[in-house]
Write a protein that binds this ligand. Structure first.
Ligand code: NDP
Length: 468
């Protein structure tokens, strides 16, 4: 007893995979699960790794099986289960023993738990990559006390994904910083998925492409600047065959997307921070609208058919690719911008180049573009990504394609909420003289809120609106 390097609670999809990954990297691990039969099955199915795994049936046994000062990972559903588990575990632990919440906690809960820990070691870490990532190398975003992170970073580095010899595990900052960065990751994930789905819509409804043809297009894009896990799996999803109908599996899947709410958290938090992330927000809204199938069917019947075929040669495959590249850069620009806003708001000093590095492998949004982003952010972490020369060039070269795609789709009734939001963001950003002067005039008219004059920069000016 007392010889395991680390413990883990919660042998569900992620916890089981993470425990095997830890054992696979040579660390002895003690595990406990609320339902004991799950622990027994896990041990019996661990095969060659079984020797590295100590199954336990009570929390006391779990604690006793780990070398002090202990480290115990929680991999249970976010929310109350985490609080309950901490409450059950803490009285059994010593003052140096560390609890690590590795689930998808809301970062505000992690902030609160860090305070509630009253100086006892606690880390909140975001883990991305799904089951396969957890088993063979996830991206890991840590938050809490730096010295506490350093205590377990050798284990986290070992189990994390590897990009050119560098582990995709990084310390993000105090308290909930790791879970915050994970939330933004998930927001970007929502947006990336939505933009791919929108382009799929143009290919299917506007260009009449079959699922098989779309699979080939995505596979070819995966060889170029769009190379990414999400493009790769989108191609594989489109290529998959349904045995029951002998047709594409994609064609028999209901068009209502599920969600666990992390994208929504990102959108809500962005509003608190006044950080503009319209592409991510549009993706969250699109998921919500996808669930309204009955209403959409009713509206299609009332207002006429939905998406119409595009004219011959209206858009090329290359134009679609360029538009998606543009949308993707704008989406990341917004995501990193939100991280900068949070860094200021919470005093976290979030390391932008490090974040891009951690996202290069293991996580769902991994892509070749993230390597270029980490290089650009390393040159100047304070610069908005859209002003980094490499990405400014990409935007200059691709925004025409995005405009063409959004305009053509609009004229043919094909909805592109996320790509359209990206274009509006770009156009808003490059309009030096905007239209908020009208809003300031309206606000002063009805509420005497005052405005600033352009000609003398004096504030708290009011109009003689009655003269109108
Ligand atoms: P699962 O539903 O597969 O497993 C949940 C685990 O938690 C089970 O071991 C379950 O035990 C245990 N559990 C559930 N409720 C409680 C409770 N009240 N008290 C103690 N233990 C409990 O979940 P996942 O493995 O998918 O997710 C775990 C965490 O990881 C979540 O926060 C999730 O958001 C996050 N995550 C998930 C990803 C994924 O792709 N699935 C990706 C990244 C993060 P029992 O066997 O007794 O039911």
């Amino acid at each position: 007893m007392s010889d395991c390097e680390i413990g883990l609670i919660g042998l569900g999809t992620m916890g089981a995979a993470l425990a095997l990954n830890i054992a696979d990297n040579g660390f002895d691990i003690a595990v406990w699960n609320r339902t004991t039969s799950v622990t027994e099955t896990f041990k019996s199915e661990a095969g060659a790794l079984s020797d590295k795994i100590t199954p336990t049936t009570t929390l006391e046994e779990l604690v006793a099986a780990i070398k002090p000062p202990r480290a115990i990972i929680l991999m249970v559903p976010a929310g109350q289960p985490v609080d309950d588990q901490i409450a059950a575990l803490r009285p059994l632990l010593g003052d140096d023993d560390l609890i690590i919440d590795a689930g998808n906690a809301n970062f505000r809960d992690t902030n609160r738990r860090a305070i509630d820990a009253k100086g006892l070691p606690f880390l909140g870490i975001g883990v991305s990559g799904g089951e396969e990532g957890a088993r063979f190398g996830p991206a890991i975003m840590g938050g809490g006390d730096r010295a506490t992170w350093d205590r377990v970073s050798h284990i986290l580095d070992a189990i994390a994904a590897d990009f050119n010899g560098e582990p995709c595990a990084g310390f993000m900052g105090a308290e909930g910083a790791g879970h915050f960065v994970k939330a933004v990751h998930n927001g970007i994930e929502y947006a990336d998925m939505q933009m791919i789905a929108e382009v799929y819509g143009i290919l299917r409804d506007g260009m009449g492409k079959s699922a098989g043809e779309i699979a080939e297009i995505f596979a070819s894009w995966n060889e170029g600047p769009l190379q990414s896990y999400l493009i790769e799996i989108s191609g594989k999803v489109a290529a998959s065959h349904d045995v029951a109908t002998d047709g594409p599996l994609l064609d028999v899947i209901v068009d209502a997307a599920g969600q666990k709410g992390t994208g929504r958290w990102t959108a809500i938090e962005a509003q608190h921070l006044a950080a503009p992330i319209p592409v991510i927000e549009a993706a969250v809204v699109a998921r919500n609208m996808s669930a309204r199938r009955d209403e959409r069917a009713k509206a299609e019947a009332l207002f006429g058919t939905g998406p119409q075929p595009l004219g011959d040669g209206a858009l090329s495959i290359e134009t679609l690719e360029q538009a998606l590249i543009c949308g993707k850069v704008l989406c990341y620009t917004q995501g990193f911008g939100m991280i900068v806003a949070a860094s200021k708001e919470f005093g976290w000093d979030l390391p932008l180049p490090e974040i891009a590095k951690v996202w290069r492998a293991g996580c769902i949004i991994r892509s070749s573009m993230l390597d270029d982003m980490s290089a650009s952010l390393a040159e100047n972490p304070d610069r908005d990504l859209m002003f980094a020369p490499f990405f400014a060039d990409i935007l200059s070269n691709t925004h025409g394609s995005l405009r063409n795609v959004v305009a053509t789709a609009a004229m043919n009734g094909i909805p592109l909420p996320a790509l359209g939001a990206g274009l509006a963001y770009f156009d808003t950003m490059r309009t030096a003289r905007g239209t908020a002067n009208m809003i300031q005039g309206q606000r002063d008219f009805f509420g005497l809120h005052g405005f600033v004059r352009l000609d003398d920069n004096s504030s708290d000016q009011h109009g003689p609106w009655a003269n109108a």
